[in-house]
Design a protein around this ligand. Structure first.
Ligand code: SAM
Ligand code: DTB
Ligand code: SF4
Length: 351
């Protein structure tokens, strides 16, 4: 499909259309994705988010990829909800390292109502440091979502993880519809949505296409779309899953970029196993966000200084979060950057 036809924001994708994009010649797909990326973003800017596990392990859910499920023996030490001081310290380090968003994750099926005041306190304190805030705490009711929004939470992360069809192979303790309900509650409470999934779990291409189709056919595209490569953790049922072809991973990023042109697509978990060339190719395909700093939730992530060295070599700059600017001003700045960029948008591939 020529990139011109993909210019509109669509919510009616069919799986055949998505598969057709996946199966284009690699260079055509990457070119289209890069052109689309340049229409909406500065191609040399990448947003940095730092993760902190605020409550670790002993999760009652059975997600087969997850080291934090109580059902699998992964040797992980469980931890109670962190004290506020510990969270503030970690957020200060993230900010000093150049991160613009601080994402706090809890190994819960869903938060108890009694936990909400403590997490609301974390949101307020982290925001006060001048960071954007994100949380991922499991399923949320409408009321809980409203309370997090009232505390000022900017983003809520809740992943669909995979296609509707493959989902039952991965998780049995909550349904796909439960996940969609949480995303609707988050959206209705006015927070920004961060929703994506995991690839490399033994799913087929039609499942990767199905995941992207579900995300892009939501009433509003998630503002942030994390694409995780499975981190294979010993003790989980997916520990010896076969590696996904790296080019198929890049194709997934490129198709996400084409289907959700204005969303941040995050090159998420799994970077520790990716070489620099592969990461560079992911940025070329339209990824413009990463998890930054040495740890994801419980598994390692590349060191901050090696990420900065890679950015330096690629001429990429971390995106700055401008607390004092409203979204219209930020958008105006972006258009200025795009207008000044050397991209010749008329230089389309023929056919
Ligand atoms: N417990 C909450 C939940 O599941 O909604 C929040 C934390 S959970 C760890 C957040 C997401 O991390 C999962 O939905 C999954 O997409 C991702 N994740 C967990 N383990 C992973 C792994 N081994 N490799 C890649 N992504 C993983
Ligand atoms: C997301 O999509 N990926 C992050 C975040 N959202 C919460 C989590 C990745 C976890 C990888 C395994 C671990 O470190 O425990
Ligand atoms: Fe629990 Fe979340 Fe891990 Fe599933 S992904 S086992 S809900 S921490």
């Amino acid at each position: 499909m020529a990139v011109q036809e993909q210019n509109s924001i669509r919510h009616d994708w069919t799986r055949d259309e998505v598969l057709a994009m996946f199966n284009q010649p690699f260079n055509d797909l990457l070119f289209d994705a890069q052109v689309m990326h340049r229409r909406h973003f500065n191609p040399n800017s990448v947003q940095l988010s730092t993760l902190l596990s605020i409550k670790t392990g002993a999760c009652p859910e059975d997600c087969k990829y997850c080291p934090q499920s109580a059902r699998y023996d992964t040797g992980l030490e469980k931890e109670k909800l962190l004290e506020i001081e510990t969270v503030i310290e970690a957020a200060k380090v993230a900010k000093a390292s150049g991160s613009s968003r601080f994402c706090m994750g809890a190994a819960w099926r869903s938060p108890h109502d009694r936990d909400i005041p403590a997490v609301a306190h974390m949101i307020r304190e982290v925001k006060a440091l001048g960071l954007e805030t994100c949380m991922t705490l499991g399923m949320l009711s409408e009321e809980q979502s409203g309370k997090l929004a009232d505390a000022g939470l900017d983003y809520y992360n809740h992943n669909l993880d995979t296609s509707k069809e493959f989902y039952g192979e991965v998780i049995t303790t909550r349904t796909y519809q439960d996940r969609l309900n949480t995303l609707a509650n988050v959206r209705n409470s006015g927070m920004k949505v961060c929703a994506g999934g995991i690839v490399g779990m033994g799913e087929e291409q039609k499942d990767r296409a199905g995941l992207l189709m579900e995300l892009a056919n939501l009433p509003h595209h998630p503002e942030s779309v994390p694409i995780n490569m499975l981190v294979k953790v010993a003790g989980t049922p997916m520990a010896s899953e076969e590696d996904l072809d790296p080019f198929e991973f890049i194709r997934t990023i490129a198709v996400a970029r084409l289907m959700m042109p204005k969303s941040y697509v995050r090159l998420s978990a799994g970077r520790e196993e990716m070489n620099e060339q592969m990461q560079a190719m992911a940025f070329m395909a339209g990824a413009n966000s990463i998890f930054y700093c040495d740890k994801l939730l419980t598994t390692p992530n590349p060191k901050a200084n090696s990420d900065m060295q890679l950015f330096e070599r690629l001429g990429i700059k971390p995106e700055e979060y401008q607390v004092d600017k409203n979204s219209e001003e930020q958008e105006a700045d972006l258009h200025q950057v795009i207008a000044e960029s050397k991209t010749d948008l008329l230089f389309y591939r023929a056919g």
